[in-house]
Design a protein around this ligand. Structure first.
Ligand SMILES: C[S@@+](CC[C@H](N)C(=O)[O-])C[C@H]1O[C@@H](n2cnc3c(N)ncnc32)[C@H](O)[C@@H]1O
Length: 306
């Protein structure tokens, strides 16, 4: 049994409560933005959804409640067993087409082109090698009908660095933790007892490259917490105010806003000068100091920094 499977078998209940307001209010932002993105891009119910890495079925059950026909797929038998109970409790068992256990890199039990939507919100940050991640990507596209929609998630390495610095700053004196903060692409392998398991943290544009190189077209990029990861108060406030969600997510924000950044305080909290913020955006988006075309309109004005 893999480390990841053991971790989720042992933490199924925690995974169910993770996205609830009562338990971890800051994670409500993750769930609400996730549902918002699906509402925006998924074809309408009763479309057929394959939820790969469904965990205990938070999204699957919410989609079934909206009338989608959902198949859950996960490495962890315990997560699937919990999902089955929760779907019954929610009264949507009739809209669940199956609970399948297996690896996302091999969806061969499903014929090609049969799903209208595929969610891949788990496996891509738990599969360590690039070859295996590309197999997950290829499989998710193979089972999708032409014109269907994949919603895939990674864990943003900058969010992880931010989260770690917030929660356990003292550990940042250790070389392996410093590696988390300084590298765009990295993986960490930790023991089961620690808060997380084997994982790969990525740059958002990697996700885009994997899918585009496999033949998909990108129709939207969004962050559920983005660089707000670890800023619990900020995430709580953002969750309560959908109009402010773009501030957790400068990728989508850069794509969609048509003015200068209005939440100056957000930038002041993280960057001492507007120039630092500008450099960060350049570096992060294009990996160089050359500004991407049109980006000026979205940057903080110099005069607004403190
Ligand atoms: C953090 S949970 C995410 C659950 C849910 N999709 C969400 O976004 O809230 C990650 C899930 O992905 C599953 N998973 C990880 N690697 C996988 C793989 N290679 N194949 C199938 N499932 C996998 C885990 O068992 C776990 O249930």
């Amino acid at each position: 049994m893999s480390l990841v499977q053991r971790f989720y078998d042992a933490n199924a209940e925690h995974e169910w409560t993770r996205l609830t307001f009562e338990r971890e209010p800051h994670h409500t932002l993750e769930f609400r933005v996730g549902m918002h993105i699906m509402g925006k891009y998924l074809p309408p119910p009763p479309a057929r959804v394959l939820d790969v890495g469904s965990g205990p079925g938070r999204y699957a059950i919410a989609l079934a409640e909206q009338g989608y026909q959902v198949t859950l797929f996960d490495l962890s038998g315990e997560e699937l067993a919990l999902a089955r109970r929760m779907a019954q409790e929610a009264g949507v068992a009739g809209r669940i087409e199956g609970y399948e256990q297996g690896s996302a890199a091999d969806l061969s039990r499903f014929a090609g082109g049969q799903f209208d939507c595929v969610l891949v919100m788990g496996p891509l940050y738990h599969v360590i090698t690039e070859d295996a991640r590309l197999a997950v990507v290829r499989e998710s596209l193979r089972v999708l009908r032409r014109g269907g929609v994949v919603v895939a998630a990674i864990i943003n390495h900058l969010g992880v660095a931010r989260d770690g610095l917030t929660k356990f700053p003292e550990q940042y004196s250790q070389p392996e933790i410093l590696g988390l903060a300084s590298s765009y692409t990295l993986h960490v392998q930790v023991e089961q007892e620690t808060p997380f398991t084997e994982a790969y943290f990525a740059h958002p544009l990697e996700l885009r490259r994997w899918y585009e190189e496999a033949g998909a077209e990108t129709i939207g990029m969004a962050a559920q917490e983005g660089i707000a990861g670890g800023l619990r108060e900020r995430c709580r406030r953002l969750a309560a105010d959908p109009a402010a969600w773009p501030y957790s997510n400068y990728l989508e924000w850069i794509g969609e806003r048509s003015g200068t950044l209005v939440d100056h305080q957000f930038v002041r909290d993280h960057f001492r000068h507007a120039a630092d913020y500008r450099q960060f955006v350049y570096d992060y988006l294009v990996g160089s100091s050359a500004p991407p075309a049109g980006i000026e309109a979205y940057l903080l004005e110099d005069g607004a920094s403190s």
